[in-house]
Design a protein around this ligand. Sequence first.
Ligand SMILES: CC(C)(COP(=O)(O)OP(=O)(O)OC[C@H]1O[C@@H](n2cnc3c(N)ncnc32)[C@H](O)[C@@H]1OP(=O)(O)O)[C@@H](O)C(=O)NCCC(=O)NCCSC(=O)/C=C/CCCCCCCCCCCCC(=O)O
Length: 676
Amino acid sequence: MARYARVKGSIALITLTNPPVNALSAAVRRGIVESVSRALKDEQVKAVVFCGENEKFCGGADIKEFSGSMSGPPLVPMIHSIEAGEKLMVAAIEGVALGGGLELALGCHYRRHVSAQEALQLGIVDQVAEGSAVQAAMELALSVIGQPLNPRRLSLRAPVWAPDVDGVCDTALAQVKQRSRGAMAPVACVQAVRAAAMLPYSKGMERERQLMDTLFRSGQARAMQYAFFAQRNAGKWSLPNGAQWNNTRARDVQRAGVIGLGTMGRGITVCLVKAGISVVAIETDAKQLESGKKAVTAMLQRDAKRRGVSPPLHLLTFTLSFHQLRDVDLVIEAVFEDMNLKKRVFSDLCKVLRANTLICTNTSGLSVDELAAVTDRQPLVVGMHFFAPAHVMKLLEVVSGSRSSPEAVATAMALGKRIEKVCVAVGNCSGFVGNRMLKLYLDQSVYMLEEGATPEQVDQALEEFGFAMGIFKVSDLSGLDVGWRVRKASGLIGPDVDPVKPSRWRLGRRYCPLPDMLCQQGRFGQKTGRGWYLYDSPGSKEAKSDPEIQTFLKDYRHKYGIIPRRITSQEVIERCAFSLANEGFRILEDRIAASPEDIDVIYLFGYGWPRHRGGPMFYAAQVGLSVVLEKLEHYHRVHPDVPSLEPSRLLRRLVAEGSPPIQQWKSHIKNLRSHL
Ligand SMILES: CC(C)(COP(=O)(O)OP(=O)(O)OC[C@H]1O[C@@H](n2cnc3c(N)ncnc32)[C@H](O)[C@@H]1OP(=O)(O)O)[C@@H](O)C(=O)NCCC(=O)NCCSC(=O)/C=C/CCCCCCCCCCCCC(=O)O
């Protein structure tokens, strides 16, 4: 859809009308082609101005159409005909000009853009205008009508390049290949730039078309398109009682409290303050309060310097007194991961907070219901599970307890959005979605060490798959002592366990004591300079292979009579990825997550799952559910002492029903108990 109007006598104004971002759907492209043809035929028209409705030029191709059979006028010939048009074409760019939207703008003879100094410097736009870009574009058009158009046609311009363009492209290609971790698109972009530099325009375009064709047909493209919509759909939460994102009002949060200024509390405070929310930050000890205050202030100052603004320090109050919380709208508890401690904090909070203040917990896996039970306001208690470092990581799991009110969930989701998190509403169970799945992935990784792999082999396989970091590097980064404490609290480790030869069987299933044994040696990871890897000094980040770990693993296997075997990268990926997906299916059965998309969003934004692989659930669908089922059956046969490898009921059911597409899985889960 495109609207045509003649204005100022000689200007044809073509408005792209496809809200919310005026994406170039088939109808829009058809509208543009028809409007351009009309303008070219109209003798009164001397110039054409393109703009987008609602001050958004164009969000690019309509991604929704990519999954169907594409129809309508092709994009590139349409842009070529605009560029070659005998009348002046001007793009009035407001808001966004992305992908095909930018191509459309580049096809015009003149462009403008609001607040895009960088585009101006790069020569992508000709002028940056304050106020209405459409008015400015029309004035520009009127002032240049009659001037020759050939110098303005980009396809006729010779590119300006450094002398060693081939070498520059080689270097860029090597860097991009390393950084993109298997993603095809960034590599294709460099190849297209090389073609643009080395070949005549038409040949360069042909090369770009070939590259685009390959990408377009790839599973990676499908994964990225899926991830795009999954991310946007995650915000559209719903609860079984019918409450959902568009029928439940969130409360306005002006003042918040943060309890605990450890790593998480500091990051959360920074997020809130940056969004303009006043924060009362509480610690129990003057020294910790001072160190938290210094850290938060420094983080805000660094951020403000980077953005060229002044740090919003006036929004902060640091105090040891709970009484300062009496006026806040919402509190986020971020104390140590200990149920009794959290319960104490929750009851203390109830003594000072207004009766209608929301209480949120940043627990990464403890029961929100159990915590809510010690308060005088169960409907006002929800989980807000941030990921470390909280001011950097995009994910927020909003945990709806069995008594949480829709308003409390809506408020936590809205607050998360306001502080620029990708929020996913989940139900309450141990570990919620992300950490419940992570446990099984970690289990498989350490089992493979017992069986013959090294941390380096496992990490390499995962990094080649696309993870930013292998699981053992991640463990070293987050600290091995974190899981150790959790295992102690859950009774897996205790005084009865032989420290020299601990049992490999606990609570009726296989147990790998390797992480505990490392902790006993003080190997907590980066913070102690030793973990699964060796570091130059405590706190340094570069992981190096540690010969001591190799010897330790050999001795361990010898002690337990394990004959090591070669573990392939394929086995690493299958056992890790399919364990994740299998637990994901159980989470769907339990209705802890509303959809496979929500699970995938959690893994994409919280756990470094590679975006070009969509997420663990999408990956399972892409590999084929019957293949995943077969593999899990195989691994479960080989490891009968690992019950989590047994294929889930939902996976079996989906395979039995012919492996429907992922968008239809939800309808196969109906009538199952919901925790959401
Ligand atoms: C920055 C954004 C644009 C906006 O961000 P924000 O303001 O935060 O809002 P969002 O929540 O993200 O989005 C709001 C809603 O809009 C939907 N949306 C956004 N972008 C698109 C889009 N491009 N397509 C469809 N829908 C879109 C989004 O889902 C939200 O919907 P809802 O409210 O949740 O319902 C941000 O959204 C953003 O970054 N968007 C993506 C921008 C992007 O990546 N653009 C590039 C797309 S790829 C491209 O342009 C490629 C071009 C070259 C190939 C073109 C091929 C197509 C034509 C070929 C025709 C062939 C015919 C062949 C016939 C024959 O001959 O056989």
